[in-house]
Design a protein around this ligand. Structure first.
Ligand code: NAI
Ligand code: UGA
Length: 421
């Protein structure tokens, strides 16, 4: 099959590389010429386990990237994988989806045979039907294009594995042929396929992210009560998660959820619900609890050591989670801002994300290792679940005092004296 992937970011590049691995011929259309060149040179512009190996195997062979939409006209399937960032009011900004749809429409004017346009970006219910399909149609002047919606559930840092071994593949379509063509592209991936309408597929994605985010905020709210009671929320949630109706996943309390998706997708669902005249009280609370968690950590530290002015605080972990250099909505950002506001000096360390964070906070110290960040620190806040932090132990002895607040339950050192969450 010939597949065009529009947008070569986290989702587009992983989608393109994995479809090439499944045997398809893939063209990535990416407006950023630098990214396209890197992909063609076999260099992943993002850090994703397994991606370099796929690029080494397929770049220049079955996988090509460029800024030109020409390959769309030759494709059986064109996947839209551009960003849908939050607008100022929390709703999804669909300008990139609209622009991509226009360009796809123009390209399809030259196309022969059957084409299916597939939305993979996370978009509010109704977008494929009411924005993408009419925009493509108005610019292609064709009525024979098929449309499908195939949401993506991959996690950053585990994207290749998630794409090739998903829990399910959701395919929304308004005609059977389009849905069948998308399903055929996944031949070789073993997973149940959910077939539904376009709008239901869009809603499945929002509802999935919103439910996962809700589990985390629920665990955090219960965790805050557990803290007052002097009991361990992880022990409590382990007991709760053993009920198969709940599942043990996404019940880890701590600093709250970050990343480019949960905060924006829950906000977009809130905005959508409000626009429809609903009162999304639960979803608003999910965001509210999440917004408060990072500063709770700073306040816990103040309760513990008093005024933070002039204190040196090590912040371990800057990425929004482990195995990525992505700092979008990372919980370390409000924590560092809160520490600086209180006059503390920050020594930060992250195995991958220091360069990105330096653009946000150029004036703080960036250490080359966790040990360097901890040396001489009065306290430490752990913000990311990096596996390498789990083995830290003697390094905490380099601190002035062994006060460590875990925003992620990752430390396994013995003698957890002074260590709390
Ligand atoms: N990052 C993630 O883990 C996941 C993201 N999603 C969703 O997938 C979508 C894409 O997200 P990311 O890949 O993270 O975004 P991204 O920002 O990393 O990548 C989007 C890419 O599209 C390119 N682009 C923008 N407009 C274009 C146009 N008109 N033509 C060609 N290329 C264009 C940009 O230059 C950028 O490289 C979003 O809707 C997001 O919510 C869904 C599942 C997982
Ligand atoms: O739509 C998306 O973009 C993606 O959003 C999330 O993936 P991702 O944001 O990459 O990362 P997660 O592993 O879900 O973690 C998100 C945040 O929640 C936090 N988290 C996660 C689990 C938990 O129990 N507690 C918790 O605080 C993590 O530390 C991280 O900050 C979803 O897990 C993916 O299924 C989805 O495709």
């Amino acid at each position: 099959m010939r597949i065009a992937v529009v947008g070569g970011g986290y989702v587009g590049l992983v989608t393109g590389a994995c479809f090439a691995e499944l045997g398809h011929t893939v063209d990535i259309v990416e407006i950023d010429a630098g990214k396209a060149a890197a992909i063609n040179a076999g260099r992943a512009p993002i850090h994703e386990r397994g991606l370099d190996a796929l690029l080494a195997k397929h770049a220049g062979v079955r996988l090509r990237a460029g800024t030109d939409y020409g390959p769309v006209a030759l494709s059986d399937l064109a996947f839209i994988c551009v960003g849908t960032p939050p607008a100022a009011d929390g709703s999804a900004d669909l300008s990139m989806v609209a622009a991509a749809s226009r360009s796809i429409g123009e390209a399809l004017r030259e196309g022969k045979g059957a084409h299916t346009v597939v939305v993979k970006s996370t978009v509010p219910p109704g977008t494929t039907e009411n924005l993408v399909a009419p925009t493509v149609g108005n610019h292609s002047h064709r009525a024979d294009t098929g449309f499908a919606m195939n949401p993506e559930f991959l996690r950053e840092g585990r994207a290749v594995e998630d794409f090739l071994h998903p829990d399910r593949i959701v395919i929304g379509s308004r005609d059977g042929r389009s849905g069948d063509t998308v399903a055929a592209a996944y031949t070789g991936v073993s997973a149940p396929v959910v077939r539904c309408g376009l709008t239901a597929a869009e809603m499945i994605k929002y509802a999935s992210n919103a439910l996962l985010a809700t589990k985390i905020s629920f665990a955090n709210e219960v965790g805050n009560v557990c803290k007052r009671l002097g009991i361990d929320v992880y022990e409590v949630m382990q007991g709760v998660g053993m009920d198969h109706r709940v599942s043990p996943h996404f019940l880890d309390a701590g600093a709250g959820f970050g990343g480019s998706c949960f905060p924006k997708d829950v906000a977009a669902l809130v905005s959508l619900a409000e626009g429809l005249g609903e009162e999304p009280a639960l979803l608003r609370s999910v965001l509210d609890v999440n917004d408060r968690q990072p500063l709770r950590m700073v306040r816990m530290l103040e309760e513990r050591i008093g005024d933070l002015a002039g204190k040196r605080v090590a912040v371990l972990g800057l990425a929004f989670k482990d195995n990525t250099d992505d700092i979008r909505e990372a919980r370390a950002v409000p924590v560092i801002a809160g520490l600086l506001q209180r006059g503390a000096a920050v020594a930060a360390y992250d195995p991958l994300a220091a360069a990105s964070m330096r653009r946000v906070f150029p004036g703080i110290d960036y250490a080359a290792s966790a040990a360097d960040a901890l040396r001489g620190a009065d306290a430490c806040l752990v913000m990311t679940e990096w596996p390498e932090f789990s083995t830290l132990n003697g390094e905490f002895d380099l601190m002035n005092s062994r006060i460590v607040i875990e925003g992620r339950r990752i430390l396994s050192c013995d003698g957890k004296e002074g260590i709390c969450w």
